[in-house]
Design a protein around this ligand. Structure first.
Ligand code: NAD
Length: 416
C-alpha cells in the first residue's frame, strides 16, 4: 500500500492539517492521531465440510471522550488494521460533527463472506463476539453493519452477546432487524442523510435537483438507496451505476426501483436493459451534475480528480477521495460533501435505535426521518459556515467542527 493510499495515514494527515489550522495544542493533537484502544483476535471457525478455518479480526476504539464508541463492522477479504483504524477515526469525527453523545470505533474480520454459507457466517459472527464481546456493550462500544455485514449478522451477534450477559441486550448493537429492536428508517438512513446534504448543497450552488443527473458508484446498501431516494426525494435522473462487476450508463436515466430488482435477481447491475457499459473509472468521469461514490476507499485520487466533471460529489462511501484530490477539486470549484458528514445518516439513526432500545419505546418512520433531516441539515450548515470562516474545503471545515468538539471533551475530562 503506498502512503497516498494507506487510509490511516490519510486520516492522520487530514487531522494534522486541521490541527495546524486550528492551532491545536501539541499534546491533544498527538493524542487524537491514535486509537486509544484496539483488540486483535484470532477466530477458529468450523466449516460445513468439517474442517476448521482460522480468521483474523479487529476492533478499534478510537476515542470515547464524548461517549461510548460507535462504528460498523466489516467482513472483507482485503480488510487491514490500518483501514479499520482510519474508519474508527472517521467515526469519531462523524459522531462529533453530528453532535451525537458518542465516540468512534470500527471493527473488521478478514474473510470472504461471498464464499461462505449462512451457517459458516453465523459461526464466524458468534466467534467474533465471543472474543470481542468483552470490550463491547451499550455503554462501552456499539457495533453496526458495514460492508458485507447485514441485519442478520447483527441479530446473531446480539444473541451471542446476550448469552454471555445472561439476558437480552438489544442496545449492544444497532442495525438489527425490526423484530429484535431495530429502528424504523435505519435501512435507508445513510443514503437519506446524503440526500438531505445534496439538497442543501444544490441550494447553495443554485442547482435545481429536479432533473439533475447523477452517477452512483457501488450498488450495495448505500448506493441502491441513493439511486431510489435520489429519484423519489430529489427528482434526480440516475444515469449511471456500478458495482464490483462493472457499470452501466444511459443518459435518459434508469428506473431505480427496476435496477434494484434486477440487481437482487442477478447479483449485478451489469446486463440491465438499454444501457451502455462503463468501467468504474469511466463512471467517475462522466458529465453529470452529482457524483455519488458509494463503494470503497481511494476512488478519486490525484490521477483522476482533474477529470471529474460533477458539480457536487456526495461521499456516501468512507474515504473515497485522497487529500491531494481534495485540493484539486477545491481549486476546480467542485462542491464535495465529505464522507463523515454525507454518510452520517446511518450512525444518526443507529443512535436513535440506541435511544429507543434504552427507553423500550419505538418511533414511527416519519418521526425518525424528520429528526434525521433536522440533524443532518444543522450539521451541513455548521460545516458550510466553518468552510467560509476558515476559507478551506468542506472536509477540512468538517474536521475543524468535529476535532474542536472532541478536543474540548478531552480537555474537560482532564485527559490532556
Ligand atoms: P455494501 O456491501 O452493501 O455495498 C458495497 C457495494 O460496492 C457493492 O455493490 C459492491 O459490488 C460495490 N463495489 C465493491 N467494490 C467496488 C468497486 N471496486 N467499484 C465499484 N463498486 C464496487 O456496502 P455499503 O453498506 O453500501 O457501504 C458502501 C460504502 O458506504 C462503504 O464505504 C461504507 O463504509 C459506507 N457507509 C455505509 C453505511 C451504511 O449504513 N451502509 C454507512 C456509512 C458509510
Amino acid at each position: 500500500m503506498t502512503d497516498e493510499l494507506n487510509p490511516f495515514e490519510i486520516a492522520q494527515s487530514q487531522l494534522d492539517t486541521a490541527a495546524e489550522l486550528m492551532q491545536l495544542e501539541p499534546a491533544i493533537h498527538e493524542f487524537l492521531r491514535w486509537p486509544v484502544r484496539e483488540l486483535h483476535v484470532t477466530l477458529p471457525v468450523r466449516m460445513d465440510d468439517g474442517t476448521t478455518e482460522i480468521y483474523h479480526g479487529f476492533r478499534v476504539q478510537y476515542n470515547d471522550a464524548r461517549g461510548p464508541t460507535k462504528g460498523g463492522l466489516r467482513f472483507h477479504p482485503h480488510e487491514t488494521i490500518d483501514t479499520v483504524r482510519a474508519l474508527a477515526a472517521w467515526m469519531t469525527w462523524k459522531t462529533a460533527v453530528l453532535d451525537l453523545p458518542l465516540g468512534g470505533g470500527k471493527g473488521g474480520v478478514i474473510c470472504n463472506p461471498k464464499a461462505m454459507s449462512p451457517s459458516e457466517l453465523e459461526r464466524l459472527s458468534r466467534a467474533y463476539i465471543r472474543q470481542v464481546g468483552r470490550i463491547l456493550g451499550e455503554d462501552m462500544d456499539v457495533p453496526a453493519p458495514d460492508v458485507y455485514t447485514t441485519p442478520q449478522v447483527m441479530a446473531w451477534m446480539m444473541d451471542e452477546f446476550s448469552f454471555m450477559r445472561g439476558y437480552t441486550v438489544p442496545g449492544m448493537i444497532t442495525g438489527k432487524p425490526l423484530p429484535l429492536g431495530g429502528s424504523a428508517g435505519r435501512g435507508d438512513a445513510t443514503a437519506r442523510g446524503g440526500m438531505f446534504c445534496i439538497r442543501e448543497a444544490a441550494a447553495l450552488k443554485g442547482l435545481k435537483t429536479e432533473g439533475a443527473t447523477a452517477a452512483v458508484q457501488g450498488f450495495g446498501n448505500a448506493g441502491q438507496y441513493a439511486a431510489t431516494l435520489g429519484s423519489s426525494l430529489l427528482g434526480m435522473r440516475i444515469v449511471a451505476v456500478s458495482d464490483s462487476q462493472g457499470g452501466i450508463y444511459n443518459p435518459a436515466g434508469f428506473d431505480a426501483e427496476a435496477l434494484v430488482a434486477y440487481k437482487l435477481r442477478t447479483g449485478s447491475v451489469v446486463g440491465f436493459e438499454a444501457a451502455d457499459t462503463v468501467t468504474n473509472t469511466e463512471l467517475l468521469e462522466l458529465d453529470v451534475d452529482v457524483l455519488i461514490p458509494a463503494a470503497l476507499e481511494n476512488q478519486i485520487t490525484a490521477v483522476n480528480a482533474n477529470k471529474i466533471k460533477a458539480q457536487i460529489i456526495a461521499e456516501l462511501a468512507n474515504g473515497p477521495t485522497t487529500p491531494p484530490a481534495d485540493e484539486i477539486l477545491y481549486d476546480k470549484g467542485t462542491y464535495v460533501i465529505p464522507d463523515f458528514l454525507c454518510n452520517a445518516g446511518g450512525v444518526t439513526v443507529s443512535y436513535f435505535e440506541q435511544v429507543q432500545n434504552a427507553y423500550k419505546f419505538y418511533w414511527s418512520e416519519k418521526r425518525v426521518n424528520d429528526l434525521l433531516d433536522e440533524m443532518m441539515t444543522a450539521a451541513f450548515h455548521c460545516v458550510a459556515v466553518a468552510a467560509t470562516e476558515y476559507g478551506v474545503h468542506n472536509r477540512m471545515a468538517a474536521y475543524t467542527v468535529a476535532v474542536g468538539r472532541v478536543a474540548e471533551a478531552c480537555k474537560l475530562r482532564g485527559w490532556v
